[in-house]
Design a protein. Structure first.
Length: 394
């Protein structure tokens, strides 16, 4: 393949060369166990402590409120199942219909085990009705609210500061899956009073296999991983030192470069969006265009299949996705797009473009040069079109 245009950064990102480079000494020189008695391990523990400080600075928490995990899926599971285990069956769990499976599946498991679990709906652009949240919280004790900060498929932002404030008002515990905001908008847990927050290294240029769980001081939950005293007894298992150090570097890069990078990325995304709307008929943008991540564009090409578009673009070296990477492999339309009540003719044609700091103007030009032809070819083959009988879309 001559060329790769990678526009699937909400699925995973390139590891920043700076983050890759800081890891290497920890494989063959500084390979001690941070828990060891000897000084050889002790010096490694100091690097882990410094990394924890950098990650804490990234979200404005205290270092001992940071737990390193193996991924955001583990962070989400720990937050949700750990809280439910601490409080027992009396905890009501309130989540939303558009969460990542790493949140939805644990919530559904807890429901099957007898917990009260509510999935709040969203409107046609993916917004949450906070009055519904209040209504669900009325009369609860130790309820757990888990609502994502930004949606991975559409980029739509939830008003997390307001949600966390409502949780405080009702004495509820608030967790947010903040995977997609990392490096895209500033995160400050002093300003946004969530009790727990999840992030994933590989979504912002650290390696795959390292996650963050922020747990506010005093928050009560049972550890998910048992078997050691690491992470203050909250997450057993020998620390993944190389990835922890790389993660801290990715946090530093994001913290220092966020403003300039995101303005540039937003301009690229907006040019892509405008180009698609100008060059392709019967297209709709999914999500809250007024309140959305700078890097994400979810569009539906009516009357054709998103999978077919992604497949043809893949042949041209262009990487995009349909639904979430975790859901692809099945042809079921995305639960996020369906929850927004997107009309049937558009549900199956939804695709996501997600950018990163490594994308260029030339990438966008390449897509805009090639995508309209792919869409036209597929439309010419499609049995559906603006004139077909809508009752056949079943
Ligand atoms: C990718 C993603 C996850 C899962 O992160 P992993 O580190 O791959 O487990 C969770 N939530 C959201 C919103 C994501 O985009």
């Amino acid at each position: 393949m001559e060329r790769t245009v990678y526009l699937d950064n909400n699925a995973t990102t390139q590891v920043a060369p700076e983050a890759r480079d800081v890891m290497t000494p920890f494989f063959d020189k500084l390979y001690g166990n941070p828990s060891s008695m000897h000084a050889f391990g002790g010096q490694v523990a100091r690097f882990v402590a410094r990394a924890r400080e950098e990650v804490a600075q990234f979200i404005n928490s205290d270092p001992d409120e940071i737990i390193f995990t193996s991924c955001a899926t583990e962070s989400d599971n720990t937050a949700i199942r750990g809280t439910a285990e601490y409080f027992g069956k009396d905890t009501k769990i309130i989540t939303t219909a558009v969460e990542h499976p790493a949140v939805l599946q644990p919530c559904r498991r807890l429901k099957a085990m007898g917990h009260k679990v509510v999935e709040l709906p969203v409107d046609s652009v993916g917004r949450l009705d906070t009055d519904r949240l209040r209504a669900e919280l009325k009369g609860t004790r130790n309820a757990l609210v888990t609502a994502m900060w930004a949606n991975n498929e559409t980029g739509t932002l939830f008003p997390i500061e307001e949600i966390a404030g409502i949780c405080k008002e009702y004495g509820a515990i608030c967790h947010t899956d903040a995977v997609q905001v990392a490096g895209k908008i500033p995160v400050d847990v002093k300003k946004v009073p969530v009790d727990m927050l999840s992030m994933s290294g590989h979504k912002f240029h650290a390696p795959k296999g390292i996650g963050i769980l922020y747990v506010r001081k005093g928050a009560r939950l049972k550890p998910f991983m048992l078997g050691g005293h690491q992470e203050g007894g909250r997450r057993a298992g020998t620390e993944n030192v190389p990835y922890i150090v790389a993660l801290a570097k990715a946090c530093e890069l994001a913290r220092l470069g966020m403003d300039a990078e995101n303005a540039r990325i937003a301009a690229l995304r907006d040019r892509l969006e405008a180009g698609i709307l100008a060059k392709c008929p019967n297209v709709r943008v999914n999500g809250d265009r007024a309140n959305r991540l700078s890097n994400t564009l979810n569009v539906s090409f009516e009357y054709i299949e998103g999978e077919a578009i992604a497949y043809h673009l893949s042949d041209l070296g262009i990487c995009i996705s349909t639904g979430s990477a975790c859901a692809s492999g099945s042809l079921d339309p995305s639960h996020v797009i369906r929850a927004m009540g997107v009309p049937f003719i558009a549900v199956h044609g939804s695709v996501r473009f997600s950018l990163s700091r490594y994308n260029t103007d030339a990438d966008i030009d390449y897509v805009l040069d090639n995508l309209p032809g792919v869409v036209k070819k597929l439309r010419d083959l499609s049995p559906f079109g603006p004139d077909s009988d809508p009752t056949t879309f079943k």
